[in-house]
Design a protein around this ligand. Structure first.
Ligand SMILES: [Zn+2]
Ligand SMILES: [Zn+2]
Length: 363
């Protein structure tokens, strides 16, 4: 009986391979696996993983719009905005179409894969004087092409756009707000700011976000492929491979839900193992991610298991002791048995220049 079964199995096995003697796939064909950064519900909100700043060949990017969608899917994004430059389109003579074309080409695939595609554009003026601004949730990018920068931003605003100030210190020595930039923030035209772009973190911009009540963003601003970018950061393939993302705390997973969260400043900037933004949201994310369970008591010390349910690694200190709690892992810690509360200084979270939150948990 066993012999017969073996013959059947061998026959089936050979049969599978025998079907295509003239065409074989090497290596064996695999499905693409999407990476998923696990994120818990935080204070009743769902946390969406978003990139609101990317480019295609319809400005100075090197890829076709549908490539951005496939890449976003593989890299675990829920929300994507393609924000081609209005004023800088070096391939214009090779790609016909207008300022809405990259969005329109990407939309069918985004719908098929369940990526929420936000219609956006980048208003691109002299860096260090006027600067670059992403307009999100626009209706028609062509209407925003206007010579006067403030009129261009006003046109986007009048379409209902949420406008953010991009990469405040890119190509500059430091992070400064020019008179023009401060003015349009004061007028309420610009309500968000990138604290991280591509490979640059701007701690000063993080302080402005708190002082001036701006919504924080971390963006890839990818022009080539995200694989190129991530391999440049991690040439040996180690470390976290998640792209920079804006984490958005939504009541509902719709365009209106995302917009409402941006208006409400319920975002955090995630970049290469760091999280930056409002202190209360950092603390809430940590507390939703990390669970503490008492295991035993012996003499004057108590043992705890600390578990990280999220896809973010946390680095923190308790007193003088340093800990690294990997994504999806547990560590064992001991604390004095009479302690009622434990406070963690979370070093890879940032809410102001040089400031990390202190998160307390009741024991
Ligand atoms: Zn830019
Ligand atoms: Zn850009």
């Amino acid at each position: 009986m066993r012999c017969l079964l073996s013959i059947i199995l061998v026959t089936v096995h050979l049969g599978l391979f025998a079907q295509n003697v003239n065409k074989q796939n090497f290596p064996e064909k695999k499905n693409f696996n999407r990476v998923e950064m696990a994120l818990p519900q935080v204070n009743g909100y769902t946390v969406l993983r978003c990139d609101f700043h990317t480019h295609t060949v319809f400005s100075d990017g090197l890829v076709w719009p549908t490539y951005r969608v496939g890449e976003a899917w593989i890299q675990g994004l829920d929300v994507l905005a393609i924000t081609d430059h209005i004023e800088y389109r070096p391939f214009k003579e090779y790609v016909s179409g207008d300022l809405n074309t990259s969005y329109e080409l990407a939309l069918p695939m985004a719908r098929e894969y369940g990526i929420m595609l936000i219609r956006g554009t980048e208003v691109t003026r002299k860096q260090g004087v006027i600067g670059h601004f992403n307009a999100l949730f626009i209706q028609d990018a062509n209407d925003i092409e206007q010579p006067d920068p403030e009129k261009a931003l006003q046109a986007a605003y009048d379409q209902g756009a949420f406008i953010m100030y991009n990469h405040p210190a890119w190509a500059l020595d430091t992070c400064l707000l020019t008179e023009f930039q401060q003015d349009i923030i004061d007028k309420g035209l610009v309500r968000g700011i990138e604290v991280f772009n591509n490979d640059e973190f701007y701690p000063r911009a993080l302080s402005w976000s708190r002082d001036q009540k701006l919504t924080v963003f971390a963006s890839s601003d990818v022009h080539a492929t995200m694989t190129d970018v991530l391999e440049a950061h991690f040439p040996d393939g180690t470390g976290t491979m998640f792209r920079p993302m804006t984490l958005v705390f939504v009541k509902e997973k719709t365009q209106e839900g995302v917009r409402e969260a941006l208006d409400g400043r319920r975002t955090l900037a995630y970049f290469y193992g760091n999280v930056a933004g409002e202190e209360q949201w950092l603390k809430s994310l940590f507390l939703a991610s990390v669970k503490l369970e008492k295991v035993s008591e012996k003499g004057k010390s108590a043992s705890y298991k600390m578990t990280n349910l999220s896809g973010i690694q946390y680095k923190f200190t308790i007193g003088d002791a340093q800990y690294i709690l990997d994504a999806g892992s547990s560590i064992h810690i001991t604390l004095p048995v009479n302690k009622r509360e434990v406070s963690m200084h979370v070093l890879n979270m940032h809410y102001y220049e040089g400031k990390h939150p202190v998160v307390s948990m009741v024991l």
